[in-house]
Write a protein that binds this ligand. Sequence first.
Ligand code: CA
Length: 228
Amino acid sequence: MSLRVLVVEDDRQIRALLQSSLGVEGFEVQTAVSVSEAAAMLQHSLPDIVVLDLGLPDGDGIDLVKQIRRQHSLPILVVSARHQESEKVKLLDAGADDYLTKPFSVVELLARIRVSLRHRGTALAPATTLHEFEDLRVDLETRLVTVKGAPIHLTPTEFKLLARLARSAGKVVTHRQLLVDVWGPEFTGYSHYLRLYMGQLRAKIEADPAEPCHLLTETGVGYRLAAG
Ligand code: CA
């Protein structure tokens, strides 16, 4: 069965280029020209991956990223003319899987699509936007984290790590999966990053970081965010 791609792009030429080149590669391609059209299509059926432009006639693609992430874990690849690092960070934080700057080569796009699909691994639990357990509350939508009602300031990476665990709350997430989802597929060997950031998160969230009751270690496997 061929994989389905939803291309959201208002530029007719780029849309046609993507449609034909992805079609040649064996993808089943659907297209949408606006945020609202894409949203309506996603209600009916889910593609295997979304390729998304940012400047759309009825809104910004980032809103669609957020909208999709509230319910679905499918990979989202953004293709945009915007270059700023801050813009990319915003998108990735919102849940996009990867970012390609226009003009892009079709070969590069196909490579990124394959990577996104391959590294997706098991699906993240959908639709979890709020994690509450004992004194900890993690709101993935507003990005507000509180302990005993008091807001906790987290760095973007700390939040991403906590959010990834919150999306799979109660389940163990492997070291590799965390490194891939939080830092990227090229970081699978950087387990010291994970230890460092887990230490920082525990210091901010746990009453006693040495005896964590939220961020649990699954020795040799990964970490688990405790759930009710
Ligand atoms: Ca556009």
